[in-house]
Each structure stands twice: as structure tokens, then as C-alpha cells.
Design a protein around this ligand. Structure first.
Ligand code: TXA
Ligand code: MG
Length: 349
């Protein structure tokens, strides 16, 4: 791991949250074409964008985020026909997947072309490619006319940002513009899929479920690191502690009577003088009586959408222990579990 950039980056911008009007898109585009960095919304989480083909610009992303330089970035484009500009080959399975799931929360690992600088891919021979579906992302990418490298627009290690305000809270003073596209619809990152081997392999679970992928292409493997296991992750980003708020996080395993363990943990924390909060689905709120809670909506899709926000809100409200309900391991639930295991550093009840 290299680059502890935090100390070297001088605070030098007045950061503005701007609506995606034609004028503001033009301002942000100018910034990108001057090797600058602009945060923009996608349907998954906010991205911290820079010209993926411009070494200097990409270097800025790593500095602003405080991101280890061995963690490669996803290259975003608005149009499938442009993928061939930076991928050395596009196998037919990739064409099929792009046709079926893009624009959307799918990132494919392809062999890269030389024009993609090594800094973008952390020296890997591959490049991660995604076509986001958020209208503002598509408009902005089109206006820029260059592919944008964009990691999630948070400081490394904190919960990913799902509103412009989250980006501001983390990165104020480090970039000039945050394009405001409202709340991200999915709320957790894209699914990263490596299709270079015999059997396609998920490197990171995300907004597109394993079930949907399997329906489309048959057997799909799951890299151990995508579910928080294994020693050497194939997707380098998976090895770092992620998504952690300041409060300690405890994640419940999923079963019918999980509320018993959760209330027990809550009450114990109270007697120890802690300030706990429970993250639960709306339908379960009665189970926890008068205990403090943050409601996660009606189903796993709303849980996923609210998750990163809830972790940030808990910190803002001064809770120092977050006890989160478990979810069943199917659909987007699996991606929620993978993130909660990271946020909790594996502390499960
Ligand atoms: O939804 C998303 O994917 C968001 C939005 C902004 O598009 N972006 C995002 O980027 O989550 P980031 O940098 O936070 O996560 C990218 C993940 C990391 O785990 C990284 O290691 C992996 O993708 N990755 C990128 N390029 C790769 C490559 N060539 N091979 C394997 N893994 C790669
Ligand atoms: Mg990230």
C-alpha cells in the first residue's frame, strides 16, 4: 500500500453543490477537460470523476480520496460503442451482458488497451468498465466526451455517498463541483464481474444480483472476497476495511427470532452506558418497543438504498453503537450482507 495523501493535499477549493443545468454541466465538463475532478451522481452511489485516460487527472482522484494506489478504478462511459476504445477485446458474453444490463449497476472486467494509463488500473492488464444509468451521469459523460474513472466519492474507508451532501461532508475543499442528482436509487455499488475465465466470476456483489446474472448467463462463480472471505482478493478494493462509520457496527445474522438477540445486545449496551441504535425494516419496528431505531423501509431494496445513509446518520445523531438487522441471502440482500460484514469488521450476533 502506498500514498498516505491526506497530509499532502492542500485544501484549496470552495466546493459547490450544483444542479445539473446545461450551464453547470458545461462548467463541470471544462473542469474535467482541464484535468480536474468532479463528483457526479450515478444510480448506485456518487462517483468521483476524472478523465480516465489522463494520468494527472486520475492521480488527483487517489489524492482526494486518500485511496491506496494499488486499488484500480472503474472506467465509465455513456455508450457501448465506445468500450472498444479502451478495451482490447470484447468477448461475445460481454456484448450480451452489456446489451442486457447496461446502462445499469454492472461492471465488467475486460483486457485493457494501452491508452488506459497504468495508474487507472493499478498496473493490472485489465480494465473495469461500466455504463451507469443515471440521466445526469449519462449527460455528463456525453458532454465530457472522454471516459471517466470514478470510484465512490467518499474518503477511503467511510460509507459510500448516496447524496451530494454526503460527498460534501467527506470532500469539502478538495474539489470544485459536486453535481447534485438527488438520492441514489440503488444505494450500493455495482456488481463487478470478471468474464475473462471459463466461468464468469463475481468479484464484488452489488446492485445486480447473482440470481439475475445466472438467469442470463448460467453458472456464475463468487470470488470468496466478494462475500468477505479469502486471503487475496481478485478485486483489490475488497481487501480494505470499508464503509465504516465512527460508531461501532454489530450485524445480526438472519433468522426468524433475530430481534431477541438484537434487543439483548441493545439493552446490554445501554447498561454499559453506550448509546445504541437499531437499524430495522419498518415492519419490525414494534418488535423493538421504545428502543432507538432507524427505519430501513419496506424491503431489502429499501434497506440497500438506506444503508450507507443510515450509517452516516447514526454518527451525526451521536449514536456510538449501530446494531443492524440481518437480511436473507438472496437478491440484493447478499450485497447488503457483504457490506455490513465489512462495516462491522465481522462483528456478528
Ligand atoms: O457503482 C459503482 O461501481 C461506483 C460508481 C461510482 O460507479 N464505483 C465504485 O468504484 O464503487 P470503487 O472504486 O469504489 O470500487 C471499484 C471496485 C474496487 O473493488 C476495485 O478493486 C474493483 O472495482 N476494480 C476496478 N478495476 C478492477 C480491475 N481491473 N480488476 C479487478 N477489480 C477491479
Ligand atoms: Mg468505494
Amino acid at each position: 500500500m502506498s500514498n498516505p495523501p491526506e497530509k499532502t493535499l492542500k485544501k484549496r477549493f470552495t466546493t459547490e453543490i450544483v444542479k445539473p443545468t446545461a450551464r453547470n454541466i458545461a462548467l463541470c465538463t471544462d473542469e474535467i477537460l482541464r484535468s480536474g475532478v468532479v463528483a457526479f451522481p450515478t444510480e448506485t452511489v456518487y462517483g468521483l470523476g476524472a478523465n480516465a485516460l489522463d494520468e494527472k487527472a486520475v492521480g488527483r482522484i487517489f489524492k482526494i480520496k486518500g485511496r491506496p494506489t494499488d486499488n484500480p478504478l472503474i472506467v465509465h462511459t455513456h455508450d457501448f460503442s465506445l468500450v472498444k476504445e479502451f478495451a482490447a477485446s470484447i468477448p461475445s458474453i460481454a456484448k450480451d451482458l452489456f446489451a442486457k444490463f447496461s446502462p445499469g449497476p454492472l461492471t465488467l472486467i475486460l483486457r485493457k488497451k494501452k491508452c488506459v494509463p497504468d495508474i487507472t488500473t493499478a498496473d493490472l492488464p485489465s480494465v473495469a468498465v461500466r455504463i451507469p444509468s443515471h440521466t445526469t451521469a449519462l449527460t455528463f459523460l456525453k458532454a465530457c466526451g472522454v471516459p471517466l474513472s470514478a470510484p465512490s466519492a467518499n474518503r477511503s474507508g467511510t460509507p459510500s455517498p448516496t447524496t451530494a451532501q454526503h460527498v460534501y461532508d467527506d470532500l469539502n475543499g478538495r474539489l470544485p463541483f459536486i453535481l447534485d442528482g438527488g438520492k441514489c436509487e440503488i444505494g450500493l455499488e455495482s456488481t463487478v464481474l470478471d468474464i475473462r475465465g471459463k466461468t464468469p466470476k463475481i468479484l464484488r456483489l452489488g446492485g445486480l444480483s447473482l440470481e439475475d446474472l445466472s438467469k442470463a448467463i448460467g453458472t456464475v462463480d463468487l470470488a470468496p472476497s466478494s462475500i468477505g472471505e479469502g486471503e487475496t482478493p481478485l478485486s483489490p478494493g475488497m481487501k480494505y476495511k470499508h464503509y465504516a462509520p465512527k460508531a461501532k457496527v454489530v450485524f445480526s445474522s438472519y433468522h426468524e427470532r433475530m430481534h431477541n438477540g438484537i434487543t439483548e445486545a441493545y439493552d446490554k449496551a445501554k447498561t454499559e452506558g453506550k448509546n445504541p441504535v437499531i437499524l430495522c425494516l419498518d415492519a419490525h419496528k414494534e418488535l423493538y418497543g421504545a428502543r432507538e431505531k432507524i427505519l430501513m423501509g419496506k424491503d431489502y431494496a429499501t434497506y440497500a438504498k438506506a444503508m450507507f445513509s443510515a450509517l452516516r446518520d447514526a454518527d451525526k445523531s451521536g449514536y456510538n453503537l449501530i446494531i443492524a438487522e440481518g437480511v436473507a441471502p438472496h437478491g440484493i440482500g447478499t450485497a447488503v450482507i457483504a457490506r455490513m460484514l465489512k462495516a462491522s469488521d465481522g462483528t456478528v450476533i
